[in-house]
Design a protein around this ligand. Structure first.
Ligand code: ADP
Ligand code: MG
Length: 254
């Protein structure tokens, strides 16, 4: 079996003739904590959706645990997708469901657990993300940071092999951001998962990642560990690093 959890080979994808991914090569190892960075609009979410089989590439291939998923049928793709836990940017919780019902949503869909078993599993998972005694509350009663935690609990309740976070700290205050970053780090080491984090905010990501890739102009133009990213002399990377935390967004030469 492959030691690569996620692999993309020369993936291209356009929207209305505008190339967004122009030949992306990427591999994420099993158990790795992988950070994908890039400006707003660079194509990070498009890349994630391609990995999840939600978007088909125009050309190139996507492999999950050695299995090529690019041409799979819908039902086979859905099976592959069970390997993933997803925390999307506006990780919308269902307003009309309680916290524990939100967390156990995928259990209800994909397992034959009883209500009592699901509630217990939801409580255990909520405890893992640092939340106790809020099972019967509704999302609107929670702070932004707590809602993110609930969304993370929902993503990991099914014991996924890979957890994907798309801009996990958007829209919450700086103190909550630090806590969510520590939580992602903590879950990564405790659950033996592969984590893929996507952000345009370097402060969020750098302390979490074993390996970092920088998406620019539709390609991965840098890949390396934290030390390598800090030592890189690549002008485009340096410019991104200095401007990433709220600096002006300029068109960069590719
Ligand atoms: N379904 C779609 N149809 C048309 N254009 C899209 C679609 N999805 C993404 N795009 C375009 O692709 C570009 C990259 O988007 P996205 O991946 O969301 O960027 P980000 O790096 O901020 O996540 C944007 O210009 C966006 O408008
Ligand atoms: Mg995005």
């Amino acid at each position: 079996m492959s030691q690569e959890m996620i692999k993309l080979v020369n993936v291209k994808r356009s929207f209305k003739d505008k190339g967004i991914l122009k030949g992306v090569n990427l591999s994420v190892g099993k158990g790795e904590s992988f950070l994908l960075i890039g400006r707003s609009g660079a194509g990070k979410t498009v890349l994630l959706k391609t990995i999840l089989g939600l978007l088909r590439p125009d050309s190139g291939t996507v492999h999950i645990e050695g299995q090529e998923i690019t041409q799979l049928t819908k039902s086979k793709l859905e099976k592959v997708r069970l390997n993933f836990g997803l925390v999307f940017q506006n990780s919308a919780l269902f307003d009309f469901l309680t916290v524990w019902e939100n967390v156990s949503f995928f259990l209800k869909q994909h397992t034959a657990l009883t209500k009592g078993q699901m509630r217990r599993k939801a409580s255990e998972t909520l405890a893992l993300v640092g939340l106790k005694g809020i099972e019967d509350m509704y999302p609107y009663e929670l702070s932004g940071g707590m809602r993110k935690r609930v969304a993370i609990a929902r993503a990991i309740v099914y014991n996924p092999k890979i957890v994907i976070y798309d801009e996990p700290t958007t829209g919450i205050d700086p103190i909550a951001v630090d806590k969510i970053v520590s939580l992602i780090k903590d879950l990564h080491s405790r659950l033996f998962i592969t984590s893929m984090i996507v952000t345009h905010d370097l402060d969020t990501g750098l302390e979490i990642a074993d390996r970092i890739a920088f998406l620019l102009g539709g390609r991965i133009i840098f890949e390396g560990n934290r030390e390598q990213i800090k030592e890189s002399k690549d002008k485009r990377l340096i410019q991104f690093m200095s401007g990433a935390s709220g600096g002006p967004i300029k068109e960069m030469e590719v």
